[in-house]
Design a protein around this ligand. Structure first.
Ligand SMILES: C[S@@+](CC[C@H](N)C(=O)[O-])C[C@H]1O[C@@H](n2cnc3c(N)ncnc32)[C@H](O)[C@@H]1O
Length: 277
């Protein structure tokens, strides 16, 4: 199993905030004028960006009264997007401290500090009381966590009865080898992408009832094609994009992921499940 510190090291990118600020300047934005929308291309660190976040959240029944937990929140893009579009309260938790420094700054700039807060910590041992949240989300995080049963037992614990949990992870559809690095792993020793059955079994063992499951492979392939066309059209990546997030290894991480998804070895999958009582 990968140590949590090696996972955090894989993600830590030096000067991420400075790189985001430089991209904002190119777009003519300042700390006072930048919006959640402007930041979405760089702070939604999963296949499909804010479209994928919207589609996941549409299935969760989030209202202004909802207290939502975003597990493995990264630099907080999904947390800010959900808070700003629904008016709910969001708590993000993540293993990578430097990500949360960036998350807090971007949240201040976008004026969402009263709605969105962050905690450094592991999804396997969260610093929250039992039954603290109405909803939980997890976007592209499970690929770093070997023990899915422990993860889902912990999510179940912190949700209230009647709570709903939305997962959007990259899952394995065959044992064929893939090339590394990919966005979530420098090598195969930290790649814990699992099959859908592993998810279903671990969720049911934790007490969840699966309400819905959607393979998002076609959506992913269309998203990659759009990204490629936009990049070619602009003669390079946009001022704010996921390449900033992934550092110098970005082109190979993206190419290897696209190859694995296009070959049908991996695909992003959504699972919506409920804590009934
Ligand atoms: C690919 S990023 C996705 C970030 C965010 N969910 C998003 O979609 O923008 C995966 C994130 O999961 C976090 N992570 C991985 N393992 C974790 C764990 N055991 N506990 C908490 N966070 C974890 C990483 O630090 C990283 O920020």
């Amino acid at each position: 199993m990968p140590s949590e510190s090696s996972v955090a090291e894989h993600y830590a990118e030096s000067d991420l905030l400075a790189a985001i600020r430089a991209g904002m300047v190119t777009l003519g934005k300042t700390e006072a004028t930048v919006s959640v929308e402007d930041l979405a291309p760089v702070d939604e660190f999963h296949i499909g960006g804010k479209i994928a976040t919207t589609e996941l959240c549409d299935r969760l029944g989030i209202t202004e009264e909802t207290e939502l937990l975003d597990i493995g929140c990264g630099i907080g893009g999904p947390a800010r997007f959900i808070a700003s579009t629904s008016g709910c309260q969001v708590t993000g938790i993540d293993l990578t401290p430097s990500y949360l420094d960036v998350a807090e700054q971007l949240t201040r700039w976008t004026g969402l500090s009263l709605q969105v807060r962050f905690e450094v910590g592991s999804a396997l041992e969260m610093p929250f009381d039992d039954g603290s949240f109405d909803r939980a989300t997890q976007l592209h995080v499970g690929m770093n966590i070997a023990d899915k049963a422990a993860l889902f037992a912990e999510v179940y614990r912190v949700l209230r009865p009647g709570g709903r949990f939305g997962i959007y992870d990259v899952m394995r559809f065959s044992e064929d080898e893939i090339s590394y690095p990919v966005p979530w792993a420098s090598n195969n020793s930290m790649d814990y992408a699992s099959g859908v059955t592993t998810y279903r079994d671990a969720l049911s063992e934790a007490g969840f009832e699966v309400a819905e499951e959607r393979n998002r492979s076609e959506f992913a392939i269309e998203f990659f094609a759009g990204l490629k066309a936009r990049t070619a059209g602009m003669g390079g990546p946009p001022p704010l994009g996921l390449h900033i997030h992934m550092g110098p290894g970005a082109p190979s991480k993206i190419a290897n992921m696209v190859e694995a998804v296009t070959a049908g070895i991996m695909a992003p999958v959504e699972i919506i499940c409920d804590k009934l009582s």
